[in-house]
Design a protein around this ligand. Structure first.
Ligand code: CMP
Length: 138
């Protein structure tokens, strides 16, 4: 297990003014920011990032949502980063997310769920490398 994970603050949370509150939760939970940028995914970027979901019925909706406005992308560092970050954000569906989790606090529904968190060390590395060059990671 590595000590890094990858996150995005998604367009819904950016639109709703939650960037600051979400970053506060992340840093208060002990995560260090190894890399961070404010960016806007193109349709091509989103299709590539979510290629693993390309056969899902919600793929089109997912790409449309993730490209409708800017996001914050970041690589986070902490012991047990992937698992601890998934606990901090809560279940994919905010209606099933535990009290106090980022999705419970800031997400609207299963599609517009405020934040992304990598689901494995392998995907954390792939997703981080998708968004950041080595010289942008500290
Ligand atoms: P995440 O787990 O970060 O990455 C895959 C995303 O697909 C997920 O967040 C949601 O934004 C979206 N997603 C998952 N399930 C559904 C669904 N049933 N309907 C619409 N979007 C979904």
């Amino acid at each position: 297990t590595t000590n890094r994970t990858f996150t995005m603050i998604k367009p819904d949370a950016v639109e709703n003014g939650h960037i600051g509150a979400i970053l506060e939760k992340i840093t208060a939970a002990g995560f260090k920011i190894a890399a961070m940028k404010y960016t806007h995914l193109s349709v091509r970027d989103a299709q590539a990032f979510y290629a693993i979901h390309s056969e899902r019925p919600f793929f089109g909706e997912l790409v449309e949502f993730m490209t409708r406005g800017p996001i914050v992308a970041a690589i986070l560092e902490k012991d047990n980063a992937v698992e601890d970050f998934r606990a901090l954000i809560g279940a994919t569906n905010p209606s099933e997310a535990a009290e106090g989790t980022i999705r419970k606090l800031y997400a609207s529904n299963i599609a517009e769920n405020a934040v992304h968190g990598s689901d494995s060390d392998e995907n954390a590395a792939i997703e981080g490398a998708f968004h950041f060059a080595a010289r942008e990671v500290f």
